[in-house]
Every structure is written in structure tokens, then in C-alpha cells.
Design a protein around this ligand. Sequence first.
Ligand code: ACO
Length: 323
Amino acid sequence: MIRSAVCGVGTALPRKIMTNKDFESFIDTSDAWIVQRTGIRQRHIASEDETTASLGEKAARRALEDANLTPDDIDLIILATATPNNTFPATAVEVQYRLGMHHGFAFDIQAVCSGFVYGLTTADLHIRGGLAKRVLVIGSETFSRILDWSDRTTCVLFGDGAGAVVLEAIEGEGTIADRGILASSLRSDGSQKEKLYVDGGPSTTGTVGQLRMQGREVFKHAVGMITDVVEDVLNQTGVAAEELDWFVPHQANKRIIDASAKKLGIAEEKVVVTVDLHGNTSAASVPLALAHAVSQDRIKRGDLVLLEAMGGGFTWGATLLRW
Ligand code: ACO
């Protein structure tokens, strides 16, 4: 059977780094509070010339280079973002143009922080359905542009960046010994919208709006949503949590990551954590963390890797793959 395997990864981070200390001059907060409540120490913030499309392009080029491929080899680009360059067209199409691609097709996926996991799953279905052989899946965000910089309960949490992978069709045996995506689980529930949303949009206010979050409420639901989809992919494949080599969670809060790993029975040394370096980069957080672990030679060929994310909507999802 056809499997979708990762054959390249790449990242792009804005030049400017903002530390927790930098917030102390304009809001009532402290490095100690931010580190203790979230694990975040710094985040990258996009300058005027850095956009979701430019960061996405850079991450995509690096993923192609890592895969030893060129844009000519790609059939489809899926870009996950909640902060597109324009309301339309899709930022994926702009990245396609920036890469010099005049063939294939490209579209955006909007599932906020779960966007990359939704994107991977959608790419996998296109590959297994025969519509594409190689797909660039990108998570790219400039959340700094939708933050209320006077709201200390949200502005300290987020950062900008992009991560990308190239997924390629390979032949598998149909067992969990195969390389590539082995199982995915996606969920959403629109009834909790007011807990995490942006208070603007083209069809309502005619403005871009700003992020609003009831952090404590989101926190309360997070671990349950994460374990729900993780247990689903483990059940689908018969893999036990102890057999996982790596757990690459959405990087929103170190306390949520620790509590989820503990509940799932995943050992601390198998958990990839980059929230200290990047903050919450929404759809970019999982591919940034994945690429970070790959660059450190931690994730190796044949390893079982579990990705998960949850975010606004609510949306949540998990993917189990063999590297
Ligand atoms: N600095 C100092 N004090 C602060 C700050 C700050 N930056 N922010 C809030 N506080 C205060 C609050 O005002 C409150 O004060 P009070 O007790 O006098 O009212 C106190 O700190 C505690 O606030 P809580 O909200 O209870 O703090 P909590 O421990 O819940 O941490 C946090 C807040 C970090 C936001 C946490 O709730 C969280 O991480 N929630 C989940 C966020 C998340 O996972 N989002 C994921 C999806 S993101 C997406 O999809 C876009």
C-alpha cells in the first residue's frame, strides 16, 4: 500500500528575538511569572518585511533542500495558518508563486494551532488517493500581528515562525513496520468558540481583529483533548505508549505538555520541548519542534514519532508516523 513518508524538514524564524524581560517595560509582568506558568523564555517576532508567506517560503526551500528536491518535484502545497498574508488568495498560492511553481495546486488550511496536523492528514489523503506524489506541508504564522499588546494574559504567550516538511509517496506493506504516516485522528467542537478566538473578520467586523483567550478555560480542556486523539491513533495501530520513540506535542505551555505526557505514560526524555525558545507559534509549533529534534539527531530513521496539537475552535488532532 502507499504510505506518505517525510523526506525533508525545514524551518524559518524571524530575525528579532523578544525575551520575557522585554515585556516588563510595557505590561505588568515578569520573567519569573512567564517561565513558571508557561515555560516560555523567548519568542521570535516578525519585522515589517517578514510575513507568513515569506517565512513559509523560507521553511519550504529548506525542507526541499533537505529532501534533495526542487519545486519542480512538488505536486501540492498545503499551508496551515490563521494569519494569512491576505484574506484571499490563499497564502499557499503566494508561496507556490515565490517558489517559481507554475504547475500543481496549493491551498490553505485553517485549524489554528492544529493546522499542521490537519495539513499532514490532508496531504496523506491526497497522496494515498493518488492526487499527488510529493506534498509540501507548511505551518506558518505571524501571530504578533493579531495580538493585543496591552493584554498581559495573551501577548506573552505567542511567537512567529514557520516549519515545513516534504511528504512523499512510498510503497509499504500495510503494517506498522512501514515508514510514513500510520494513523491520524482529527476532532473539532465549535461550541467552545468564545474561549479562544479572534474578535474580527471579513464577514463580521470588516477588520482583522485581535486574539482573545480565556487561558484558564483552555487549559482545563487541553489535556483531555490531547489524550483523546493520541489514544485514538494508538488504538488504531495497536501501538503502546511505551513503544513510542518521540512525542512531539503542540508547544503552547510546558505544564500542558508535561501533564499530557504523564497522563499518556510517555517518559520525559522522549518529549520534544521548544516552547522555551519559540513560545506558541500556532500552526508552526509542531513542525518547528519536529525539525529541532531532527537537527539535533534525536529523531532517527525508523523511529516511531507521535505528533499532536490542539487549538482554537476547538480543534485537536494527532498523527503517528514512522520516520
Ligand atoms: N504576568 C503576570 N501575571 C499575569 C499574566 C502575566 N503575563 N497573565 C495573567 N496574569 C495573572 C492573572 O491576571 C491572574 O491574576 P489574579 O489571580 O489576580 O486574577 C493570575 O496571573 C493567574 O492567572 P491564570 O489565568 O489563572 O493563570 P494560569 O496559571 O491559568 O496561566 C495561562 C495562564 C499561561 C494562559 C494558562 O492558562 C494557559 O497556558 N492556558 C492554555 C493556553 C493554550 O494552551 N492555548 C492553546 C491553544 S492556542 C491557539 O489555538 C491559538
